[in-house]
Design a protein around this ligand. Sequence first.
Ligand SMILES: [Ca+2]
Ligand SMILES: [Cu+2]
Length: 320
Amino acid sequence: MSCCHPQEPPRGPAPPPPPAGGGRHDAEQVVVPAQTFAMGDAHGDGARPDGEGPVHDVRLEAFAIDATAVTVRDFARFVAETGYRTEAETFGYSAVFHLFLAAEDGDVLGRSPQTPWWLGVRGADWAHPSGPLSTVDGAEDHPVVHVSWNDAAAYCAWAGRRLPTEAEWECAARGGLPGARYPWGDDLPDGEWPCNIWQGEFPARNTAADGFAATAPVRSYRPNAYGLWQSVGNVWEWCADWFDPGYYARSPLDDPRGPAEGHARVLRGGSYLCHDSYCNRYRNSARSSNTPDSSMGNAGFRTVGAITVFHEDSRVNSRA
Ligand SMILES: [Ca+2]
Ligand SMILES: [Cu+2]
């Protein structure tokens, strides 16, 4: 399987338990209303091994989801308050896209065999996204990257949040537009890029016609009708579920949570490296996955939680 993120073998034993609770997560929340929606690819866009079909109904209660991906600023606060070390740091390397490399030759440990534009770089981590010679200065409003699924889960545990289920993620990304290919509708508009993907010839030349060669600040472009920014493009987002391309054929109607076990966790939304000629996964229904200890320069996450803001009317009604 090839995609615009590296596929790596598992790197080692499970990390220590995450820091528990008490963290400050003040990302803007948007409410996705309770609904039944059609999940999956209604256009035939997806590659069969990705398991984007069959389209099937899913029923969800209302939930609150971050309007944006977790930022470098958010993640830096988590690290400062807990001393958490990411898996990229404990394993000593992470995957950097070749055009961004900022490292001495000796820190390039290897290339991903099927995706040679991915380099394993010693010292690459969330605070050094292109390698040890890079920083995140000035990128505080960009999505944090080089976080594994385990790292994202640790952040969520600290923040009293959780990762979205794959169904919640897709429902939120759709913004109430039934069956649409993208968060804004079915088509890429002419003349104005609505998301951060790749223009030019992958993987050697990126014209960055959409304004960004790598990550964009989380509030770039326009939010969807639910208020979510950049659910597609920019960075892949980890979801809670184990990945199974056959899961949709047996998914329950109510609040599906994915298979009970697996080898890889779901990634959604595509990234700044997606390009039509190579990987068209910057769509609402597109699915990918990676092992839970993998990290790379184009994957991050957003969180979900209970709705904590009550409308005065609904409180009155609930007593009636
Ligand atoms: Ca771009
Ligand atoms: Cu892609």
